[in-house]
Ligand binder design. Structure first.
Ligand code: HAM
Length: 424
């Protein structure tokens, strides 16, 4: 298939723009993020779930919102061979809600799910922003109590702390109120921005009718000036929404989780109500939000389910992985070095025995002893087991300590035990 490879079609073999190969070191960072998150989430009672990578398009379009950038510009949507409109998942929340419905789990609340995996958005790629990226996420479905919001935020903070990145993050917190507060605020915003419509950026003019709240987090300098004078949400929050937010804050204070109030924090997906939050770092340039989420009490009915209050978040694995300290390298292997062709089979048998005992072993495929010792250096081996014909005929092998530069003889039938003892 690739036989016609030449300069001009080489370019086609690049990874697609906005996607990346995760080579072993990067993948190790990803695994640390996902594993740490999964383990800590388990201590909070969250169990791992996995949903398909694609869904019927409306699973996402309705709850995320037709007018949002994610749905209107960024989804990878295609018609499959059955004529169904499918989309690669741009996020996990709507998919998890769909799974709860499809599996008849709505009666067994509270539901507490953790997930990690790839998501897809056709955004303009830059550092920290990709078209295929990976998220960790949690969804807590059922409880309407502010205790749930606090618990979910505490879990996010706990994971960031364990990853060593919490210290470089600020937790930004806002409330989007209940739907009647939001409608009142929306009307006030539309009235205000309509007065300034001529000075708004094209994007924001477009949002004015579709999604006026999103103008609040416009990055355009001119918009920012207008936004500075926009009415604040506070004045439009009804008492119920204020009480709820106060209760969330009281619990965060109790747990000593520091936060900054950001009344402009609106989030990019439509399904939110009440609590909205983002952990933001300055260490990554403009793509500084490492973890974000909030309450989404209205989502379930949007996909045909019953009322089901819920709260959750998702974190960007690529962004978190970039903030990690250098991960510990893989365990240093033992190299098995056959001397002369006749010891090849003995080397393979010994390697298998050691691997079954749980020891990491590297067995080269060819080359003389010098070449194999070079390989031992390259893989940062700790020991070499050298299998010479003469030693083997006596039932022995040579163990070289590659750090100390010393060597000893071990009985062939004791190699495993001896190495385990040395390594312990
Ligand atoms: P989101 O804010 O769209 O929320 O994404 C969550 C996180 O995913 C972001 O803070 C960021 O770290 C990462 N992320 C998003 N887009 C990209 C991208 N193109 N490249 C790299 N990283 C990215 C959600 O997805 C909601 N489902 C969160 C949620 C769960 N809310 C309630 N439950």
């Amino acid at each position: 298939m690739f036989s016609g490879l030449n300069e001009s079609n080489m370019a086609e073999l690049q990874a697609v723009r906005g996607t990346q190969d995760l080579l072993p070191e990067e993948q190790r960072r990803h695994r640390i993020v996902a594993e740490t998150a999964r383990q800590i989430a388990e201590t909070y009672g969250f169990q791992e779930i996995a949903t398909p990578i694609f869904e019927f398009t409306e699973v996402f379009s309705r709850p995320i919102g037709e007018a949002t950038d994610v749905v209107s510009k960024e989804m990878y949507t295609f018609v499959d061979r059955s004529g169904d409109s499918l989309s690669l998942r741009p996020e996990g929340t709507a998919a998890v809600a769909r799974a709860v419905l499809s599996n008849g789990l709505t009666q067994s609340t509270p539901l507490k799910f953790f997930y990690s995996g790839p998501m897809f958005r056709h955004e303009r790629p830059q550092k920290g922003r990709y078209r295929q990226f990976h998220q960790i996420g949690v969804e807590l479905m059922g409880p309407a109590q502010p205790q749930a919001d606090a618990e979910v935020i505490a879990l996010g903070a706990h994971i960031l702390e364990r990853l060593g990145v919490l210290k470089s993050c600020i937790l930004e917190l806002n409330t989007l109120g209940d739907s009647s507060s939001r409608q009142a605020y929306r009307a006030a915003l539309v009235a205000y921005f309509t007065q300034h419509v001529a000075a708004l950026s094209e994007d924001s003019r477009d949002r004015l009718t579709r999604n006026p709240l999103r103008i609040l987090d416009s990055k355009d300098a001119g918009d920012k000036e207008i936004v500075a004078g926009a009415p604040a949400f506070d004045a439009y929050l009804n008492d119920e929404s204020k009480t709820f937010f106060a209760a969330v804050r009281q619990r965060l204070d109790l747990l000593k989780i520091e936060y900054t109030l950001n009344p402009r924090l609106v989030r990019g997906l439509d399904y939110y109500s009440h609590t909205a939050f983002e952990f933001v770092t300055t260490a990554l340039g403009s793509q500084g939000t490492v973890l974000g989420g909030g309450r989404y009490d209205g989502l379930m009915p949007m996909i045909g389910g019953p009322e089901m209050p819920a709260v959750g978040w998702a974190g960007g694995i690529e962004r978190l992985a970039m903030l990690l300290e250098a991960p510990s390298p893989p365990p240093r292997p033992i190299v098995v070095i056959p001397v002369g062709d006749a010891t090849d089979l003995a080397a393979l048998a010994l390697t298998q025995e050691l691997r079954h005992a749980g020891l990491p072993v590297d067995l080269g495929y060819s080359g003389n002893v010098t070449k194999r010792m070079k390989r031992a250096n390259k893989v940062n081996a700790r020991f070499a087991l050298v299998l010479g014909e003469e030693e083997l005929s006596r039932g022995a092998v040579v163990l070289r300590d590659l750090d100390a530069g010393t060597q000893t003889e071990l009985a062939r039938d004791q190699v495993c035990q001896s190495l385990q003892a040395i390594l312990a």
